[in-house]
Design a protein around this ligand. Structure first.
Ligand code: DAT
Ligand code: MG
Length: 227
C-alpha cells in the first residue's frame, strides 16, 4: 500500500505534463520525452536508494533488545525449529500456524542445513547419550531445518507445552508431537526448554547482527494485555 502511494504520487504529475506538451512542437516534445525518461529514471533510482537505505538501516538496527528478550514479559523469546523430518513431511506451515494463531510473534526465520559442528553444539548436553551420533546425522542429513524465534508472554514454557513430550508416545494428542509423530527419533520439532537454553540456542542459530527483527503487530492491543 505504501509503495503504491509513492509510485502514484511520483508518476502522476509527470505524465500529465507529457500529455499537455504533445500538442506543442515536435522539438519540444522530444526534449520533454527525454527529460521525462530522465526524471522517471531519477525518481526510480532515488526511490530504490531510499528504500535500500531504509531497509539496510532497519536491518542493522533491527534488534535493540537482549537476544532472548526479557524473561517473564511480552518480549520473552524462544527458539523453535522444525527438524528435517518435519520439513520432509510438509509440516512447516502447520507448526508456524499454531504459534501464529496462539498469538505469538515471529521475529526470526530461516532455512538452514546445519553443519555437524552446529548440530553438535546445539545438542551438546546429550553428547554422552547413545543416540547422540544418530541424532547429529539426522539433523545434518542435508534437508533443511526451519529455524525460528518466537516472542510473547511465557513463550518458553507454552512453546514446550504446545510441542508435547519428547517421546511422542507420551505426548498429549492436542500437541504438535502428539498429533504428528510416533517416534522419539523423528519427533519433528525442537523447542528451547529454559531461558538459558534460549540464550544459547538463539546465539547459535541467529548469532549475526540484524537476523532478528523487532516489530509491532497491528493487533498488539487485542492480543497482549493484562488490563
Ligand atoms: P526435547 O527435544 O524434547 O527437548 P531432549 O532435549 O531430551 O528432548 O532430546 C533432544 C532430542 O534427542 C529429542 O527431541 C529426540 C532425541 N532423543 C531424546 N531422547 C532420545 C532417546 N531416548 N532415543 C532417541 N532419541 C532421543
Ligand atoms: Mg531439549
Amino acid at each position: 500500500m505504501f509503495a503504491r502511494t509513492i509510485v502514484r504520487s511520483a508518476v502522476r504529475p509527470v505524465s500529465f505534463t507529457v500529455k499537455a506538451r504533445t500538442f506543442t512542437t515536435k522539438a519540444r516534445n522530444t526534449t520533454t520525452k527525454t527529460s521525462f525518461h530522465l526524471t522517471l529514471a531519477a525518481v526510480g533510482v532515488a526511490t530504490a536508494s531510499a528504500f535500500s537505505y531504509a531497509y539496510l538501516q532497519k536491518s542493522i538496527a533491527a534488534d535493540s533488545k537482549p537476544i532472548a528478550g526479557v524473561q517473564g514479559t511480552f518480549s520473552e523469546r524462544t527458539f523453535i525449529a522444525v527438524k528435517p523430518d518435519g520439513v520432509q513431511r510438509g509440516l512447516v506451515g502447520k507448526v508456524i500456524s499454531r504459534f501464529e494463531e496462539r498469538g505469538y510473534k515471529l521475529v526470526g526465520l530461516k532455512a538452514i542445513a546445519p553443519s555437524k559442528e552446529l548440530a553438535e553444539k546445539h545438542y551438546a548436553d546429550l553428547k554422552s547419550r547413545p543416540f547422540f551420533s544418530g541424532l547429529v546425522n539426522y539433523m545434518t542429513s542435508g534437508t533443511p531445518v526451519i529455524a525460528m524465534v518466537w516472542e510473547g508472554k511465557d513463550v518458553i514454557k507454552q512453546g514446550r507445552a504446545m510441542i508435547g513430550a519428547t517421546n511422542p508416545l507420551g505426548s498429549d494428542p492436542g500437541t504438535i508431537r502428539g498429533q504428528y509423530a510416533i517416534s522419539v527419533g523423528r519427533n519433528i520439532i525442537h523447542g528451547s526448554d529454559s531461558f538459558e537454553s534460549v540464550e544459547k540456542e538463539i546465539g547459535l542459530w541467529f548469532g549475526q547482527a540484524g537476523e532478528l527483527i523487532d516489530w509491532t503487530p497491528a493487533n498488539v492491543d487485542w492480543v497482549q494485555a493484562d488490563n
